[in-house]
Design a protein around this ligand. Structure first.
Ligand SMILES: C[S@@+](CC[C@H](N)C(=O)[O-])C[C@H]1O[C@@H](n2cnc3c(N)ncnc32)[C@H](O)[C@@H]1O
Length: 300
């Protein structure tokens, strides 16, 4: 596995906590990938009794899941309590007075870490995680997800791949040698972590999304509002003053196309089932070979 970025949990929780109020104003990519993930979920026949929206953020997908599976009990977990407050508000607004009707199900909102889920073994039928796992240690999170999934349970997720924000990364690299943009796992790492966590029949593919901005400053401002700050442990700040930002913005101009600046995102879509691996897949030394057929889109 390539060296993943080391996360400072408190810093992630704090960033997203600060972001909670204004997150929905700028979460354009998150809405697009969330919709796509829901679309993919509609292709699976499933009658989940209990659903977990992991890294729920402001709870937008939680409401979609509630509408799709009205009989299901809904759980939402996020590391930032302020996000859960917003999710509660999203639920209130979406339900209006209906939330007072008898037998109306309310989502259970839990502050917690994907790497150490506050849930019992075999207790959830569907784990939905849109753009949250890129903030987590993947093996620890997948292991926890596998633990809490019931035997026929399904995990559906998106995460970010290494080409995410490549233009911004290049622009910063022209200014100094410090990491200013998070490092993300590639699809092989994601697949390996899924197999090592003993998730069954993992399937992965990748899609590129391009958001456009008027200026590099507008992009960096949006990232800040989203709470998507650089959390590389031990990072030294390097140059971050006005002069450095101007150099980044100037460099970024070379990417301008049709009057706008692109910000590329590599989005990895994945799903897998609970269950242990076929013993033939795992070698005696504990290593795991991933069948190429299990990873779609590698040559894209
Ligand atoms: C980019 S937001 C996505 C939110 C939501 N899923 C959506 O689609 O809009 C990432 C969310 O993951 C949460 N998060 C980050 N690390 C986490 C962890 N270790 N455990 C649980 N939640 C985490 C953040 O607080 C944030 O709300």
């Amino acid at each position: 596995m390539t060296e993943p970025f080391k996360l400072v949990k408190a810093s992630v929780a704090k960033s997203f906590g600060h972001a909670a109020m204004r997150y929905d104003d700028v979460a354009v990519l998150q809405r697009q990938t969330g919709d796509e993930l829901l679309e993919r979920l509609s292709l699976v026949t499933l009658s989940p009794q209990r659903i977990l929206d992991l890294g729920t953020g402001t709870g937008r997908n939680l409401m979609q899941l509630a509408a799709r599976y009205p009989e299901a009990e809904l759980l939402a977990i996020d590391i930032a309590p302020e996000m859960l407050q917003q999710a509660k508000q999203t639920f209130r607004t979406a339900m209006g007075f209906k939330r007072w009707l008898p037998n109306q199900r309310r989502p259970m909102l839990l502050a917690g870490d994907a790497e150490s889920l506050p849930l019992a073994d075999n207790s959830v039928d569907l784990v939905f995680a849109n753009l949250a796992l890129q903030w987590c240690d993947l093996l620890a999170s997948f292991t926890e997800i596998e633990r809490v999934l019931r035997p026929d349970g399904l995990l559906m997720f998106t995460t970010l791949g290494p080409d995410t924000l490549l233009e911004l990364r290049e622009a910063w690299a022209s200014v100094d040698d410090y990491p200013h943009v998070n490092v993300f796992y590639d699809m092989h790492d994601v697949g390996e972590a899924m197999m090592n966590a003993r998730l069954a029949e993992p399937v992965l593919d990748m899609d590129r999304y391009v958001l456009t901005y008027d200026s590099a400053m507008a992009l960096m401002k949006d990232l800040k509002v989203l709470g998507a700050r650089n959390v590389n442990q031990g990072r030294r700040r390097g140059l971050t003053g006005r002069q450095a930002l101007k150099l980044v913005a100037d460099y970024y101009e070379q990417f301008r196309d049709d009057g706008v600046l692109p910000a590329s995102y590599e989005v990895i879509f994945g799903h897998a089932w609970a269950g242990t691996l076929n013993p033939q897949t795992r070698a005696q030394d504990g290593s795991v070979s991933i069948p190429i057929s299990a990873i779609k889109g590698l040559s894209e």
